[in-house]
Write a protein that binds this ligand. Structure first.
Ligand SMILES: *[C@@H]1O[C@H](CO)[C@@H](O)[C@H](O)[C@H]1NC(C)=O
Ligand SMILES: *[C@@H]1O[C@H](CO)[C@@H](O)[C@H](O)[C@H]1NC(C)=O
Ligand SMILES: *[C@@H]1O[C@H](CO)[C@@H](O)[C@H](O)[C@H]1NC(C)=O
Ligand SMILES: *[C@@H]1O[C@H](CO)[C@@H](O)[C@H](O)[C@H]1NC(C)=O
Ligand SMILES: *[C@@H]1O[C@H](CO)[C@@H](O)[C@H](O)[C@H]1NC(C)=O
Ligand SMILES: *[C@@H]1O[C@H](CO)[C@@H](O)[C@H](O)[C@H]1NC(C)=O
Ligand SMILES: *[C@@H]1O[C@H](CO)[C@@H](O)[C@H](O)[C@H]1NC(C)=O
Length: 604
């Protein structure tokens, strides 16, 4: 949720003044949300103009949230009799809608304070009204300031804490605009120099005939060693045993990828990429859905910052799953309601390669969003997020006061967080190693380092309790840091859940071949595999797989190859180390497509 309130000072003064003696002055206020620090790169500037108007939104407490875990587990735990029996949107809305009591108690408080023209918005019945800064300050016992972003100069209106009457605390979820900043999500991607003229592995396009590169490269076109130079869709098929997609996908299957405006794919780049690696997909385009005033802007096609992320996501996801339709959710920069910004998703899989630092957001807001992912899981959507590119350092690569920074939404227990690996360059015959079922990857160690660690907000979900505690209690892997550095109790959500190659992906941006690194590459690759599995399940009359983690952890012995080399160093530490079984660098390991398919096809 992002608030941008331009030209506030010129707005009209609200007419309805507060009555002289208002009940709230005698009620006990208690602090509802409080920031310990403002997000990095923002500075407090001046007091807000008292007469400026604020669009106030009160999110009411949702009912039944204490049962969220139980509900989601019942449809996603392979041991549950209701596995795969996903909920309809109406069931979800009805179950979690705020109670009539919450609504009337809060409305009464507003009315007692002279606020009567309140609108009710969205599935969550958010209460909406405009009020002057001075009145909101009295109502919430707070102070509004203007904050400025160092780099962009963007202004933002916020307070650092606010209070509500004690008897209403349990009825109110969050109120905006208050302590939440319009922090921009960061893409998990870095550009590398494309320096190798050798043709990377490609199946659907002939190699340049003159290509020769010494003894190891003169073999057949499928020489996997070339994947060291650049990862192509065929490299991924070979590494993970991913088949070609069915030529006749079922109409019920769907695959969505989310991007933030102004980042968009470039149609001509898609075709160049498909021309190289997936000729049958030439001309295919994402289904475009814009949300929150998102726009598709194809100008400046060679600007990597505008198109690198989306081109990577769509080039690979479409090549791996074509002729499956892939949906683009293009999300605009502003979103002015207190509902989470994800409730428009209706595809079976959602892949997102963007994220925030937990330290930039507030716990209440992260819980709100995380619960929206839970609702998607209930409806059968697999929500897949990249885990970040800077190891334990968060997007800013800094650890304030020496504390590791977790990535959100990767740290939400209701998403599947994907870390990054790369090919192990010490192996000189990948083909033989793969034929022997060996792992040929290690944790990524380029300028990108796999994001991973422990949440400071979310507690550990039961699906990962055993493996996380094994990691923490194993002499070979036990992290050498105390509780000032990370939540080392074994009670914090740990991530990533799984990982996939994220090094040297061959992408086309602005008509030229480039290579990129990042968990941004890993997430759509894994999401493509899940989409192909959904295709098989739906064709067999089964449901989409939905929330993945209970199955991934329960069947880890079968469905992954362990990653046992590397770490996720940052902030002048070694970060965490990989080890046998789950670790906070590579998660459970890298997926084996065929085994994953077999497990999911074996479930009802
Ligand atoms: C891929 O396409 C680009 C742009 O058309 C071209 O320059 C490059 O040589 C191609 N690469 C391969 C491996 O075919
Ligand atoms: C893909 O989307 C197009 C346009 O909406 C539709 O006509 C087509 O049937 C879809 N294909 C599949 C396989 O769902
Ligand atoms: C999505 O929008 C772009 C730009 O308008 C267009 O080229 C493309 O065909 C659209 N995709 C579909 C499936 O209609
Ligand atoms: C989208 O733009 C319209 C018109 O500019 C505006 O009225 C509306 O508030 C915007 N919606 C969001 C979610 O920002
Ligand atoms: C660690 O995480 C758990 C679960 O979220 C929490 O209850 C506990 O207070 C945290 N410990 C510290 C020291 O922050
Ligand atoms: C692990 O380390 C502890 C203390 O250093 C030691 O007592 C224990 O025997 C070790 N366990 C194993 C399995 O090596
Ligand atoms: C953690 O270790 C550092 C350095 O030894 C020390 O300054 C700090 O007080 C310790 N924190 C806790 C909670 O023990």
């Amino acid at each position: 949720m992002h608030f941008i309130l331009p030209v506030l000072a010129t707005l009209a003064v609200v007419s309805s003044a507060l009555p002289a003696h208002t009940p709230y002055t005698i009620t006990n206020h208690v602090v509802h949300e409080k920031r310990n620090s403002i997000p990095s790169k923002w500075a407090r500037r001046s007091k807000m103009e008292p007469s400026a108007k604020l669009p106030v939104r009160i999110g009411l407490t949702q009912r039944n949230m204490h049962r969220a875990h139980e509900y989601l587990d019942s449809v996603s735990n392979p041991s549950s009799k209701d596995y795969g029996r996903h909920w309809s949107i109406n069931e979800v809305t009805d179950t979690f809608a705020p109670s009539e009591e919450s609504r009337s108690e809060v409305l009464q408080w507003l009315s007692d304070n002279g606020i009567s023209s309140v609108k009710s918005g969205g599935a969550l019945h958010t209460l909406e009204f405009d009020l002057s800064v001075s009145e909101v300050e009295r109502l919430l016992k707070t102070e509004y300031w203007i904050y400025e972003h160092d780099a962009s100069g963007d202004a933002h209106v916020a307070c650092e804490e606010y209070s509500v009457p004690e008897h209403l605390k349990r009825h109110i979820n969050i109120i905006t605009p208050t302590v939440h900043f319009d922090v921009k999500p960061t893409r998990h991607l870095s550009k590398r120099e494309w320096k190798n003229p050798a043709d990377p592995l490609t199946g659907s396009h002939p190699y340049h005939e003159e290509y020769q590169e010494g003894p190891s490269a003169q073999a057949d076109d499928d020489d996997l060693q070339k994947c060291n130079d650049a990862i192509t869709p065929d490299c991924l098929r070979a590494i993970y045993n991913i088949p070609q997609a069915s030529e006749t996908p079922c109409e019920e299957n769907s695959f969505g990828i989310l991007e933030y405006t102004p980042n968009t794919y470039v149609p001509s780049d898609l075709d160049l990429f498909f021309g190289n690696y997936s000729t049958n997909a030439i001309g295919a385009r994402p289904l475009n859905l814009t949300e929150n005033n998102g726009t598709l802007d194809f100008s400046d096609p060679s600007d990597f910052n505008l198109h690198g992320e989306s081109n990577l996501d769509f080039e690979f996801a479409m090549a791996l799953t074509y002729p499956q339709n892939v949906t683009l959710y293009e999300v605009g920069a502003t979103n002015t309601n207190t509902e989470a910004d994800i409730d428009f998703v209706t595809t079976n899989v959602l892949s997102v390669s963007w994220g925030y630092d937990e330290t930039d957001l507030t716990p209440a807001y992260m819980e709100l969003l995380c619960n929206e992912y839970m609702k998607l899981g209930l409806q059968g959507v697999s929500v897949i997020y990249s885990s970040g590119d800077n190891g334990v350092g968060g997007n800013g690569k800094t650890c304030p006061d020496g504390r590791f920074v977790a990535d959100f939404p990767a740290s939400c227990p209701y998403v599947t967080a994907v870390g990054a690996t790369q090919l192990d360059t010490s192996i000189d015959d990948y083909e033989t190693a793969l034929a022997n079922g060996e792992q040929i990857e290690v944790a990524i160690k380029s300028q990108v380092i796999s994001g991973g660690g422990f949440s400071d907000v979310f507690s550990i979900p039961d699906y990962q309790q055993d493996v996380v505690n094994s990691y923490l209690n194993n002499n070979a892997t036990r992290p050498p840091y105390n509780s000032s550095v990370y939540n080392n109790t074994g009670y914090a959500r740990a991530y990533p859940d799984i990982s996939a190659n994220g090094h040297n992906y061959a992408v086309i941006v602005g008509g030229t071949q480039q290579v990129v690194d990042g968990t941004s590459a890993s997430a759509p690759t894994f999401a493509s595999m899940i989409t192909l599995i959904n295709e098989e399940r739906i064709s067999a009359g089964k449901s989409s797989v939905g929330f993945l983690n209970p199955v991934l952890y329960q069947y880890a012995d079968e469905i992954v190859k362990d990653v046992v080399s590397g770490n996720n160093a940052a902030c002048n530490t070694n970060g965490f180390v990989t080890g046998e079984g789950w670790d906070p660098v590579s998660g459970l390991g890298t997926p084996k497509y065929d085994a994953l398919l077999e497990v999911f096809m074996g479930l009802d």
